[in-house]
Design a protein around this ligand. Structure first.
Ligand SMILES: Cc1ncc(COP(=O)(O)O)c(C=O)c1O
Length: 402
């Protein structure tokens, strides 16, 4: 069941592959975050996790802010109703057009990641006769135990600048008449399940903030990024209370207390999403049993890209012993597996399988690889189902070629 609706009925009505989201689960996670952080904190949803406009407007309506990384995400966030004073813009490669769009709308902060970016932002704001608000993104060089692709604050990472460089850039930003200095930002990475890295991060940012305030530059915003882990198979839980305590203490420890900001993406939407796929064929290869399904790595890349182990269930209970099988997609790549060694009961072609916790970095990381159309998405609210993205048609696929 996805809330009050049978997963199999959804697959029948909308076809597969299909992303189905539970509104109640997004709401529950949102309320958990609001309760955990002090009133007035900015909870900026990381739009990249799932940028479906229907989901964005829910979060905007409930009062979330947004963290985004492209002009496209800015346009989507504004259309969904996020207020510019609650929007922060990160990313190592912002273009001048993206800067202009953010300045025009008056967003809360550009999280600036290099000196050259800062120079272009100054030039752009000056040219527009406007002030751009700026936070500096710090790379605190903290290694976390997660997949290397999603560790974003190690010494070798491309994101942010060293604390020393951040101090210099903050001083420059604070003195420039075209900028308004807002604060400091950092993001450790994704799929974190411990409070300790946040403790180290918050200490580094708070120390830097104290140095700045001793030079007469108040830090108004301390943005600690996202990374709140959601276990793909549902075993571990993120220590939200401890992390909130650590971050609140750091933000409150400054002489003029800074506003606390966090940027959770996955935490809000991962559990709400289920990817429904239909079994096409069963086959045996040398020494293993394979199920070939109609969703591939173009629809859901996390298992292939990060080795993520998402739980998979048959949509309808099936009798018989559960034995290990590999679940592969139709894409022409050896990496195109949705699971390996998943224990499943005997299944028949046509059966629907549900890939769990697929609401974050699922559809949003998908592609048209192998010229496969993008899947449909539905939002379930109790017994109500709303199509929130049509399945891409063949004509749409061909439509971009002149
Ligand atoms: C700057 C920044 N903030 C927030 C996030 C959200 O991370 P998560 O979805 O793990 O919370 C990301 C993810 O890449 C990010 O790069």
């Amino acid at each position: 069941m996805i809330e009050g609706v049978e997963a199999e009925a959804l697959a029948r009505r909308f076809g597969t592959p299909l992303y189905a989201y539970s509104k109640a689960l997004i709401r529950a996670r949102w309320e958990e975050l609001v309760a955990a952080f002090p009133a007035g904190s900015l909870i900026g949803y990381a739009v990249k996790a799932n940028s479906n406009p229907a989901i964005l407007s829910l979060l905007a309506r409930w009062g979330a802010g947004a963290e985004l990384v492209s002009g496209g995400e800015l346009a989507l966030a504004l259309k969904a109703g996020f207020q510019p004073p609650k929007i922060v813009f990160s990313g190592v490669g912002k273009t001048q057009a993206e800067m202009r769009a953010g300045i025009r709308k008056g967003i809360l902060a550009f999280n600036v990641e290099s000196e050259e970016e800062l120079s272009l932002l100054i030039k752009t704001a000056r040219g527009m006769g406007r002030r751009a608000r700026v936070s500096i993104r710090v790379n605190p060089a903290i290694a976390i135990s997660t997949h290397p692709h999603i560790a974003t604050a190690t010494a070798r990472s491309k994101f942010g600048v060293s604390p020393r460089e951040a101090l210099r850039l903050s001083l420059r930003a604070a003195r420039d008449p075209s900028l308004s200095f807002v604060g400091l930002h950092s993001h450790l990475g994704s799929q974190i399940f411990e409070a300790r890295p946040y403790e180290r991060e918050s200490r580094i940012l708070a120390d830097l903030a104290r140095t700045l305030s001793s030079r007469g530059i108040p830090v108004k915003l301390l943005d600690f990024g996202g990374g709140f882990g959601v276990d793909e198979s549902g075993r571990r839980r993120f220590p939200l209370e401890s992390v909130s305590r650590v971050l609140s203490r750091a933000a409150g420890s400054l002489s003029g207390p800074a506003r606390l900001a966090v940027e959770p993406g996955r935490f809000l939407v991962a559990e709400s999403g289920t990817l429904l796929t239909r079994l096409l064929y069963r086959k045996e290869t040398i020494g293993r049993r394979l199920l070939v399904v109609d969703a591939g790595m173009n629809d859901f890349v996390r298992p292939a890209l990060y080795g993520a182990r998402h739980a998979i269930l048959p949509a309808r209970r099936r009798p018989g012993p559960r034995t290990p099988v590999d679940v592969a997609g139709p894409v022409c790549e050896s990496a195109d597996f949705l699971a390996r060694g998943m224990r499943l009961p005997p299944l028949e072609p046509g059966d629907v399988l549900a890939i769990l916790n697929a609401g974050a970095y699922g559809f949003s990381m998908g592609s048209n690889y192998n010229s496969r159309p993008r899947p449909a998405e539905v939002l379930v609210d109790g017994r109500e189902v709303r199509l929130i993205r049509r399945r891409q048609s063949g004509a749409e696929l061909l439509g971009c070629y002149p």
